[in-house]
Design a binder for this molecule. Structure first.
Ligand code: SAM
Ligand code: SF4
Length: 335
């Protein structure tokens, strides 16, 4: 067994988010422009390379894999990859295999995902209104996603809803979304919109709605208790006493979770980002492709990269685009 991955600030790296494609069947306004240029196929890690990458991280102590994108379920043959990861769940090396999805393909894949050992999925959904859904996702259609959520629950997957908080867009839907989730026994997490990619150039629907305000809005409708629980990630949780529901808040812009950060992100081209808010990355595809018969050079490159994981990140709205804005799209880094 290899020594676990510990960064310079004594944080154990146990969580890897993997983007398996930069493509998507939606064009959410805060995430992509309408005319996206996607990467040539040869740039992407093959399904086999994704297996080698993830297996190396698992050997080095990663206990949780979250698959994302782009839309992970539009990657051709993606179930082959999920099925390949099942062996790590069965051996006990991997604790959790999960994904973040827009839900469009869940009707097709929910049962297969459950069979592969996936227990939970995060589904991104900002509104329960058909027209608003079509506007915010541009290409998405709500009934298809609803059928996907039904299929996921029918397959026994636990569903969590992630909603991007957009002032003037889904602000008025807070009680309805919350009650809908409660009725279906789904947790709900609000995400603060991040200054990624083209955001700001886009003809935006709604705008920055701080999670402080979202929390205040909850306090107008419910009795809200803070929960101490943390996931090693940027989420904070409250409980609504009336419904017993747990509501999460992801504030990627605040710095206060960096000290407990246990995660790194791998892009679909094999770049490892040690921190979502910083540009430094390590190319893991080169050592992987240079050494088809041994993962040792890859593992060395992973260790060297973790050795450069910074203490914290550097988003700041007050600095605006000049230096606070990240030029990367979430669909590339894997949100
Ligand atoms: N396509 C999948 C989905 O939508 O769930 C997975 C990838 S998507 C990039 C992951 C998450 O990032 C989604 O919940 C999405 O709402 C969120 N996201 C995308 N752009 C964002 C932005 N600018 N600010 C905050 N969250 C964003
Ligand atoms: Fe696609 Fe997800 Fe980005 Fe929406 S947020 S465009 S569904 S990758």
């Amino acid at each position: 067994m290899s020594a676990p991955l510990i960064d310079p600030f004594a944080r154990a790296i146990t969580y890897l988010r993997v983007s398996v494609t930069d493509r998507c069947d939606f064009r959410c306004v805060y995430c992509m422009s309408e005319n996206m240029t996607f990467l040539p196929k040869k740039e992407l890690l093959t399904l086999e390379e994704l297996d080698r990458m993830c297996s190396s991280f698992v050997r080095l102590g990663v206990r949780k894999l979250r698959i994302t994108g782009g839309e992970p379920l539009v990657r051709r043959g993606i179930m082959t990859f999920f099925d390949a990861m099942t062996r790590h769940l069965e051996s006990g090396a991997l604790e959790e295999l999960t994904l973040t999805t827009n839900g469009s393909q869940l009707e097709k894949y929910a049962a297969d995902l459950a069979a592969a050992g996936v227990r939970r999925v995060n589904v991104s959904l900002d509104t329960l209104d058909d027209d608003k859904f079509a506007r915010v996702t541009r290409w998405g259609r709500l009934p298809q996603v609803m059928r996907g959520i039904d299929a996921a629950q029918a397959a026994g997957l636990r569903v969590k809803i992630n909603a991007v908080a957009l002032k003037g867009f889904n602000e008025s839907e807070l009680p309805a979304l919350t009650e809908w989730c409660a009725a279906r026994d789904m947790d709900l997490t609000w995400i603060e919109v991040m200054p990624m990619g083209d955001l700001g150039n886009e003809d935006r629907l709604g705008q920055y709605w701080s999670l402080r305000e979202v929390r205040d809005r909850y306090a107008q409708h419910y009795t809200v208790s803070d929960l101490a629980e943390r996931s090693g990630g940027p989420a904070r949780y409250v409980r609504l006493e009336e419904t017993g529901q747990k509501i999460g808040f992801i504030t990627p812009l605040s710095h206060n979770f960096c000290e407990s950060c246990n995660r790194v992100r791998l892009t679909c081209t094999g770049e490892l980002y040690m921190c979502l808010g910083q540009e430094d990355m390590a190319d893991l595809r080169a050592p992987l492709r240079a050494s088809p018969d041994s993962d040792a050079p890859l593992e060395d490159a992973i260790r060297a990269a973790i050795g450069r994981k910074p203490k914290g990140h550097d988003f700041d709205y007050s600095r605006q685009r000049a230096d606070g804005q990240m030029p990367r799209h979430m669909s590339h880094t894997g949100g």
